[in-house]
Design a protein around this ligand. Structure first.
Ligand code: NDP
Length: 445
């Protein structure tokens, strides 16, 4: 058995209780074998074992008091996965499904994604099994304060810089930052990204992941001689990433006809994004109220991917493992020829293999959704300089970064003689090469 297979096998047994982490590890390692064929010396240096083991995992109790005076306890985490190329960087997720397996998968993916941005940031991820749904403002604030009371001693502008993810938006970042400032007595806005504009946030950060996803899609289309105008597009999710992907897709003439949430989906040839924003960003409600609010379209319970919807492009922007093999087959049989991941790992490995085998243009999340973390790194730069760039300046930098990530994938496809549509291996090889070279240069630590 070769080096890569031995390491995969070892982690399958050692971390059998971490299925999402194993899934991510298999996807990355399987597509980067060529690096280890070219560099047999990496085996002796234990490169893969060091890559697969987080540098540090912090787990802590998060006690808080609900509105009825009852004490509630959640579990908090920060996985500082790899700091070889810069401070650990990656979001915080507040969702009942959060556990160590989910955060290790997200942190592992983040390492290579951050390397692809070409910015000096390492990879990390954190969060809690706290469910923000249905909580009052006071409860959210008390939870965030308690969470930060433990986390603050592990982070810093040059150490580890968390941001938002599912369940953590500008409101939560505001409370987290306030508590950090109180406890540390430091005014270092660069310790968290996704902050409000009035206290160190960056323009475009809110839109960055969704906009960046569409910028990446535009690069793919251009490279393959296609135009975006009129392409029928379906988007799963209706949170931060999905909403701004929809906005940018529409601005570029793509026809978005469907969006979803954790309970159901809407179908509408005249999809009204303002109504979706009102429901999700203001009311924090369910898409079930969409049809009544705007007077057109349809709402159905269940997954968008269980319906037969004719489309050219699918942008999965909800959560991990939304699309399995059966759903991937359904997408392709309904005419979908381009899939770009706004979410992290929304397609399982069988779905990805099916896309590649059927020549679907497929952009993995670590390339296509890297615009969020890239703009977070731009926020850090502005905080260091104590200066703000205009919306247009940040947006242009975001476009350039997404074009550069696309180009890096193409370069690796050429260099390793891969199939022309294999962005999976292209992205993984490009990201991993950079991290491994930095690790090797720094010795065995
Ligand atoms: P949000 O919390 O803003 O939104 C998540 C959305 O996904 C909600 O609409 C939610 O529905 C929906 N959802 C949750 N579970 C499912 C499911 N099983 N099926 C369909 N939809 C579902 O999160 P974000 O938009 O920030 O994040 C979405 C994804 O993008 C995650 O994978 C995240 O890791 C990734 N990502 C986010 C970045 C960012 O900058 N925010 C950066 C890079 C990646 P409901 O409203 O009902 O809860």
């Amino acid at each position: 058995m070769g080096y890569v297979d031995r390491v995969i096998d070892y982690y399958r047994q050692k971390d059998a209780q971490n299925p999402e982490f194993i899934q991510a590890l298999e996807e990355v390692l399987d597509s980067t074998r060529l690096i280890f064929d070219r560099h047999p010396e990496y085996e002796k240096l234990g490169v893969l074992e060091r890559l697969c083991e987080p540098e540090r995992v912090i787990m802590f109790r998060v006690p808080w008091v609900d509105d009825n005076g009852n004490v509630r306890v959640n579990r908090g985490y920060r996985v500082q996965f790899n700091g070889a190329i810069g401070p650990y960087k990656g979001g915080l997720r507040f969702h009942p499904s959060v556990n160590l397996s989910v955060l290790k998968f997200l942190g592992f993916e983040q390492v290579f994604k951050n390397a692809l941005t070409t910015l000096p940031i390492g990879g990390g991820k954190g969060g809690s099994d706290f469910d923000p749904k249905g909580k009052s403002e006071g409860e959210i604030m008390r939870f965030c304060q308690s969470f930060m009371s433990e986390l603050y001693s592990h982070i810093g502008a040059d150490v580890d810089v968390p941001a938002g993810d599912m369940g953590v938006g500008a409101r939560e970042i505001g409370y987290l930052y306030g508590q950090y400032r109180k406890l540390s007595k430091l005014n270092t806005p660069g310790v968290l990204t996704g902050k409000g504009i009035k206290y160190g946030g960056s323009l475009v950060r809110t839109e960055a992941t969704g906009y960046g996803l569409v910028y990446f899609v535009l690069e793919m289309l251009k490279h393959h001689g296609k135009k975006p105008e009129g392409l029928t597009t379906i988007i799963s999710g209706s949170g931060n990433v999905a909403i701004y992907a929809c906005e940018k897709a529409k601005q570029n003439g793509m026809k978005v006809i469907a969006m979803s949430d954790s309970k159901g989906y809407i179908l509408d040839d005249n999809l009204d994004l303002d109504v979706v924003k009102q429901i999700k960003e203001v009311e924090r409600g369910s898409l079930a109220s969409y049809v009544e609010k705007c007077g057109h379209g349809e709402y159905h319970e269940g997954s968008l991917y269980d319906a037969n919807i004719k489309c050219d492009i699918a942008l999965p922007c909800g959560t991990q493992n939304e699309i399995d093999l059966e759903r991937a087959k359904r997408l392709v049989s309904n005419g979908c020829w381009l899939v770009a991941e706004g979410a992290n790992m929304p397609d399982n490995n069988e779905a990805v293999a099916y896309y590649l085998a059927n020549k679907v243009l497929f952009a993995p999340g670590k390339a296509a959704n890297a615009g969020g973390v890239a703009t977070s790194a731009l926020e850090m730069s502005q905080n260091s300089m104590r200066y703000s760039w205009s919306f247009e300046e940040v947006d242009q930098k975001l476009k350039d970064i997404m074009a550069s990530i696309h180009q890096q994938c193409l370069n690796m496809i050429d260099e390793y003689n891969l199939e022309k549509h294999n962005y999976v291996a292209g992205a993984n090889i490009a990201g991993m090469t950079k991290v491994v070279e930095a690790m090797v240069a720094q010795g065995i630590i």
